[in-house]
Design a protein. Sequence first.
Length: 502
Amino acid sequence: MYVPLQTDRSTEFAYVKSVGVIGAGVAGLQMARALLAHGYKVTVFDKASKVGGLWRENYHSYGVQVPKQFFQFPDFPMETVKWGEYATGAQTQAYIESYAQNFNLLLHIRFNTPVEGLMPRSDGQKGYTFKLGEHGHENFDFAVVATGMYSQVPNMPEWTKAKGDFQGQVLHSSEYIDQATASGKSVLVIGAAKSSIDVTLSASQVSKEPPTMLFREAHWCTPRWIAGIIPFQYVFLSRLGQALVTWYKGAWPAGAPCIHSCLMWILFPIMWVAFRIVELLFACQRGQFGCYYPKLDVVADFYGYGHVLDTSFIGAWRAGKLKGKKGTVAGMVKGGVVTEAGESINADLIICATGFRKAYDYLPAKVQAALTVEDDGLYLYRHCIPAAVRDINLAFCGSECASISNIMTYYLHAEYICRILSGYVSLPDEGQMRAECDTMRAWKRKWMPMTANRASLVLLHQTHYHDQLLRDMGEQPSRKGCLSELFCPYEPQDYAGIMKSK
């Protein structure tokens, strides 16, 4: 059973006995496990027939961007993939299914049951009535959204609405499930981030001619091995790497030691030079010159469009097996598209790797107003708790937070939310929570590029972010020893044991 680390308990959420969770991916499963350990009645709803979320089915050749040791549940190792290897999508899905089975979570999941909306309860109690379509409805005292960052509404460009004389096929990257779809075709891929690169590389193996990847702006590609020698995680995900980023872009507003803010003023000129050297190294290693050289600096660009790549794409590009072109589609025509510069590109298959957009229309209007969703996303206290949580009885596990190792971030979210509900973590008042959101908003808008999910971005600051969650929970942030605390990256296994078992 759960043994609290703190003896004083808040009772403001004592009315919560039952919790409804939306989504059965890596966030929803960990949320369910934590809630069960804390003694709550839990039901997880998912529109699909099995667990996994985006890992259940995605574009051909999809996989994780980080080594196995960074994408595994903290206390349930992935035994089927070797240390340092990158798991495929199929391997990751099988691993997630084994996690659900190991912790007996399937008994608490309602598959093939989409949540059409949350409504105020008719009995006057706090919480929500989950509208489940043909499956009726069900009441819960509290709701947790765990739908993930990249699995809601496909974001398609406006020009795809008017096909004109174009006779070919237009897909979102999430619909490119079978590589045979591109077989013998002229393929055009829209985008310049990880999914577009993966899809272009996949299509190049079967297409009629080298596929074209069309992009508006070039972005930095972080190599798995920097200079072919150093694993990227030792540069960017260790405490030392965290410090370098902090001294360049500023301290994480909620969680970074104060000394970092002082050191930034002293060390910024040195960091500016250091990151120019990093950019030159990446450009040489990846061949990113001319139109392929990004406008944004490497850290800012990573926060808008970051991705980590192996050498396959660069090798295929240099061998002439695929093409890259800078431009924007003006419209579709017979046989392909025309760019805004007037250039024609042949295509009979267009794949838009243009991401996803969030939707909140399943929530009551009062709740949507309380959340105040903005153009750059939803700003939350600690990236998971609405400032008005006491009024709207809602939290977000993972669906509004993007880190490098999101599976361990969601693990911490799940336990954090449970300790709030159980009274072992006391929240500040609404005004203080909104003040933190305001500070975070101003800091991010100062230097991060404008994207629809800027509010959610943690990424290279994840260690300091995790430190703050741990301090709130009364846990020790420093979990390594001696020199490894400074030079070795934090991995999920470093947080094992924080989530209690039944």
